[in-house]
Design a binder for this molecule. Structure first.
Ligand SMILES: *Cc1c(COP(=O)(O)O)cnc(C)c1O
Length: 793
């Protein structure tokens, strides 16, 4: 293969050539199953599910593909004989960061699980030329650099020019009634964009299923090339900018025109290609909902609803009622957040000029909604739930009104949606609401990321768990087996030593593998409360400064977090953490007890390194704010003990492992809502009345922390004087007490390892295999692996 591709032999070839040679080999190895999967779906006219997502945070694919094809060990061994280290060449692959965080990573876990569970399900998104920015720290400040992940090519994708479709923007539209009685739209002066699909095979684990991730790229249509040179360049740049770069905002709404263009671009291209594919089966459009399910991952693809309506009305000439029925039966929607700043709403002017026909349809959906509900519900409720209101189009309302299913992503989150955030809608459409707790793929997050643990588990309970993750419960039989607990400890020690080497190499910080590795890895956001973690570190530092003999087990606090470039407060927190790290890591008097490691450029590849080395999993968001969380699941699966508030899926983790095997602290969601209701939280009182907390907070403004005056002052003010929106000061004492408990438990190795084991044993239910099976069964009504039914229970 190498010889064919590069006319050189192995001895001469460099890592890069070896990587691309192997990648090409793997791609051709799965090509047969890819086309036979498609042929089978077509021949059996299987109902297909399409997962529409603005983001797919895939991570590197070489090892994952080798594992799923069942040739990882063969290839590793074969390469070794040639003197090649597989681990070295997998590093060559660019990590495709086509997502911000949890939402995009969920989409990636889901497509892996759909293929594994033999669900005819595919991803549909955007082929961003630049992924999420590369993060660098300069003097402790976050600096963003472009992530040109396609620079050296992408072996996994196939450009399919023959499947390109046209997407239209702007222009004028008017309707003309034809002799047959339907309204035919006429368009004038539209800007036409060519959407070119790039397909990536999504390989099932241990089966012959290969599904497709279709990512769209925006290009200038060929017929537009006949214009003067400068107009051509300008138009080309304007069009190509649509799929140029991922918006780096997580949990925050970005109201810019380019973002709206991106959303409509991949929605329209995706739905057009689905309908074209459907029609190839020769079926009538009337049966579309029997063969197609479209899932809307958050509201970013909510234009799926008016776009499908547009195609059914204007191209297929169905009447409104009929088209609307089909649309509702096809569409389903996942809500990912209750935070109002993340709820998308587009100004009417913007959407009606960019998408005139789509806006007409949205208006008509809204008009009919108001008309239909008038007889059934109060005016107040209708005004609160309608789509177009206050000069804006509310995307969540559109998604709910146009879907047959609305799901939250953890039990608590779904309950809050029903009772609070979407209560009006719940009263109107009670049967549409359901829960689907998020999940993670054990293939990437255990079998690949933590090979020593995989081996140990296989030794103890066999490998059924690899296909059926709840089988991990068998590990519970070893809870009092000292030998197993020691082996577990030894594996953690090896992973920690491995990570320590990386930290020394990359950051020049020496950390002791026998310290507690305390990990908080997630986007930097005020609601996730990295600050609470930092205040506790400052407390320990002050304790040690006062009395160097303070009895604590050595700790390494590990952070990984990117902040949205426009999120000033989050960037100030990054700077503050880095400044505290400077202070603590260079203070010889406490050096062996505390270290802070803030890893630059957190992403999937780094997560794979950090998670197997974690002892403590920090999941400390303000209760009610984290919809689910998934790093909590990855860390638990790798034997970390969770330190958490009762938020998102933490609640379900506690239910699985029992209160003795998780450390819970802080306000509950109910208490938070109570505070909102009576307005009785005054953070300044906590500052005034709690001397320990006061001493810690004062370090932010008294010069203790080097080179962070502005940041320290701003953060101090936000906490003490401007209300402390996320109740950091309220939860401080309980958090400190919880951390003391961790310290004590860790010093009893058998107790600690027993907790770790019970966490691994209880993590089975969080496989994304179960999550997608529930979507397939309850929402999409699509087929799945025959023996997978029992997994649903
Ligand atoms: C899992 C994951 C996330 C989600 O982390 P949360 O703590 O659940 O917010 C974000 N980024 C990456 C790279 C991940 O792998």
């Amino acid at each position: 293969m190498l010889t064919e591709l590069y006319s050189m032999d192995v001895a001469q070839s460099e890592d890069t050539e070896q990587y691309f040679a192997l990648g090409n080999l793997v791609r051709s190895y799965c090509a047969k199953n890819w086309s036979s999967t498609n042929r089978l779906y077509m021949k059996k006219e299987k109902k297909q599910a399409y997962y529409f997502s603005m983001e797919f945070l895939l991570g590197r694919m070489l090892k994952s593909n080798l594992l799923n094809l069942g040739i990882l060990e063969t290839v590793r061994g074969g390469l070794k004989e040639l003197g090649i280290d597989l681990e070295k060449i997998v590093q060559i692959e660019a990590d495709p960061g086509l997502g911000n965080g949890g939402l995009g990573r969920l989409a990636a876990c889901f497509i892996d699980s759909m293929a594994t569970c033999e669900i005819p399900g595919h991803g549909n998104g955007i082929r961003f030329k630049y992924g999420l920015f590369k993060q660098k720290f300069v003097n402790g400040y976050q600096v963003e650099l472009p992530e040109n992940w396609l620079q050296n090519g992408n072996v996994w994708e196939t450009r399919r020019m023959n499947m390109a479709v046209t997407v239209s923007f702007y222009g004028k539209v008017w309707l003309e009634e034809t002799v047959n009685g339907y309204m035919l739209p006429h368009y004038e002066n539209t800007e036409r964009v060519l959407a070119v699909p790039y397909d990536t095979p999504i390989i099932g684990y241990g089966n012959n299923t290969v599904n497709t991730l279709r990512l769209w790229s925006a290009e200038l249509p060929a017929q537009d090339e006949a214009m003067d040179y400068w107009s051509y360049i300008q138009r080309r740049n304007r069009i190509e900018s649509i799929s140029e770069v991922l918006y780096p905002d997580d949990s925050n709404y970005e109201g810019r025109l380019l973002r709206l263009k991106q959303e409509y671009f991949f929605v329209s291209a995706g739905i057009q290609s689905i309908i074209r594919h459907y029609k190839k089966m020769g079926l009538s459009i009337n049966h579309l909902a029997e063969k197609v399910a479209i899932h809307i991952n958050d509201t970013h693809p909510a234009l799926c609803i008016p776009e499908l309506m547009r195609l059914l009305l204007d191209e297929e000439h169905l009447d409104w009622e009929h088209a609307w029925n089909i649309t509702i039966n096809v569409m389903s929607y996942t809500n990912h957040t209750i935070m109002s700043e993340a709820l998308e709403k587009w100004p009417i002017d913007m959407i009606s000029s960019l998408l005139p026909r789509v806006y007409q349809i949205i208006s008509e959906i809204d008009r009919r909604y108001v008309e239909k509900m008038a007889a059934l519900h109060s005016t107040g409720k209708i005004e609160r739930t309608r789509i177009i209101e206050g000069g804006h189009v509310k995307m969540a309302h559109l998604a709910i009104i146009g879907s047959h299913s609305i799901n939250g992503v953890a039990k608590l989150h779904t309950a809050i949606l029903k009772e609070k955030v979407l209560h009006d809608f719940f009263l109107i459409y009670p049967s549409r609401f359901n829960n689907k707790t998020n999940g993670i793929t054990q293939r990437r997050w255990l079998m690949l990321a933590n090979e020593p643990l995989r081996e140990l588990i296989n030794e103890k309970i066999g490998n059924d768990w690899e296909k059926t993750l709840t089988e991990l419960k068998m590990l519970k039989a070893f809870r009092n087996d000292e030998e197993t607990l020691k082996e577990l400890a030894e594996i953690k020690r090896i992973n920690k030593a491995h990570f320590a080497e990386y930290v020394l190499d990359a950051l020049k910080i020496e950390v002791d593998p026998d310290a507690i590795f305390d990990v908080q890895i997630k986007r930097l956001h005020a609601y996730k409360r990295q600050l609470l973690n930092l205040l506790h570190i400052l407390k320990l530092y002050l304790d040690l400064k006062e009395d160097p003999k303070t009895d604590i087990h050595p700790r390494v606090f590990i952070f990984g977090a990117k902040a949205a470039p426009s999120y000033t407060y989050a960037k100030e927190i990054i700077k503050l953490i880095n400044s505290v790290a400077e202070l603590i890591n260079h203070d010889a008097s406490i050096n062996n007890k505390l270290k802070i490691v803030f890893i630059e450029n957190y992403g999937v590849s780094l997560a794979e390194k950090i998670i197997p080395a974690a002892d403590v999993s920090e999941q400390i968001s303000l209760a009610s704010k984290e919809a689910s969380g998934t790093s909590n699941m990855k860390l638990m699966l790798n034997g970390a003990v969770t330190l958490a508030t009762l938020d998102g899926a933490n609640v379900e983790i506690r239910d699985r492992v029992g209160s003795e095997n998780i450390i819970i602290f802080g306000l509950t969601d109910k208490e938070v809502y109570q505070y909102y209701q009576d307005g009785s939280y005054h953070s300044h009182d906590y500052y005034e009345n709690n001397p320990v907390l006061q001493r810690v907070l004062n370090t932010l403004i008294d010069g203790t922390i080097p080179d962070a005056e502005t940041e320290g002052r701003d953060i101090f003010n936000s906490l003490v004087n401007y209300g402390d929106e996320y109740f950091v000061l309220r939860d401080f004492d309980e958090y400190v007490a919880a951390q003391k408990k961790i310290d004590k438990l860790y010093r009893d190795p058998l107790t600690w390892q027993r907790m770790a084991l019970i966490n691994i044993a209880g993590a089975g239910v969080f496989s994304s295999d179960y999550t997608v099976l529930q979507y397939a069964n309850d929402i999409w009504d699509v087929a799945y692996r025959p023996d997978a039914g029992e997994l649903l229970n």
